[in-house]
Design a protein around this ligand. Sequence first.
Ligand SMILES: Cc1cc2nc3c(=O)[nH]c(=O)nc-3n(C[C@H](O)[C@H](O)[C@H](O)COP(=O)(O)O)c2cc1C
Length: 367
Amino acid sequence: MTGTKEHRRVRFDPFAGGTALLRLLPPNFAHQATLRMLRYGLTPRFTAPDDPVLAISLWDLDFSNPIGMSAGFDKNAEALAGLLNLGFGFAEAGTVTPEPQPGNPRPNLFRLTDDRALINRLGFPSQGVAAFARNLDRYRRSRAGGGIIGVNVGINTGTDDPEAEIARCIGELAGNASYITINVSCPNTPGLCDLQESGRLAALIARARDAMQTAGCDRKPPLLVKIAPDLSDDELADVARVAADEGVDGLIACNTTTMRSAGLRGPGVSEKGGLSGPVLMQRSTEVLAQLYSLTGGKMPLIGCGGVASGADAYAKIRAGASLVQIYTALVYHGPRLVSDIKADLALRLRADGFSRLKDAVGADHGR
Ligand SMILES: Cc1cc2nc3c(=O)[nH]c(=O)nc-3n(C[C@H](O)[C@H](O)[C@H](O)COP(=O)(O)O)c2cc1C
């Protein structure tokens, strides 16, 4: 790609400049400032129609492109219109907890700038499900209120009934969610990842389905489960089996990792928490490919972890992802990244002879 005229041209990018300035601020402060700018319409709009090659239909939803904002950025569903205006095909809000909670004490978010990575141990700061539901409802009633919005649900720290908490969030939010993700994979909430164990996962999913039934909405949103990259092969096989048996509609691979790769640099490396960014790309794509094989390519998968370019997004798709999410790369590359990834992805699809994104999903498996 670097040989083309387009890529040799040096262009002034005010958004990259703004992103670099934000990185001079402490990470939590920069995050809050960005959220405010998105909320009050002070961020750029990249709303040109998407290249039709990027469109994909999943469940009963039509995505104009497969690139989504992943969970954890807009935890309280405050900035949905601003996020979608960056050119995302969808955005996932949350993780929301039933009751408001402050999260872990600061410092709880660290930049590993040399590695373009982050370590976070935020621990689900949340305004709680009631405030989240109000925000989402306000968004849905607003003029901009369409768009595909996933809702990512979790639990309060210290709960003794996680299944009931997940069920409560689902019951309150199902009516306005395009899809719902059960988060059983954030490493910063004690006990949460244990819900990935097969027996508990099956019980949790059954409970979640009941909650959706009881909520009585006209449309039942697809139910997804987001998993950790740190599961063993056996654990992954169990998750895939339970997901298929319990009729889960999709899996998101992956959340952040507690592993630390050898080559990491910078002072934040020894901080506890979940690591994200390019160092996660390889492992999260392996997990994705394994899930694709384990589910026979039949279950929609969302690839997440380390995506920072069109090439990365394409690799996830070829490994089995129907959709791709990003977070950390936005912090380092700025809002233009979404358009850049989409443009490059469209080029790559066509160069390999795909006229529809769907045909490239799982292409590396030779189906
Ligand atoms: C600061 C931060 C907060 C996050 N919070 C959540 C969260 O609340 N819920 C969740 O499911 N994932 C959360 N994540 C994980 C991301 O959604 C994503 O799965 C992970 O960062 C890997 O993608 P990336 O390498 O593109 O960042 C968070 C990630 C970061 C960096």
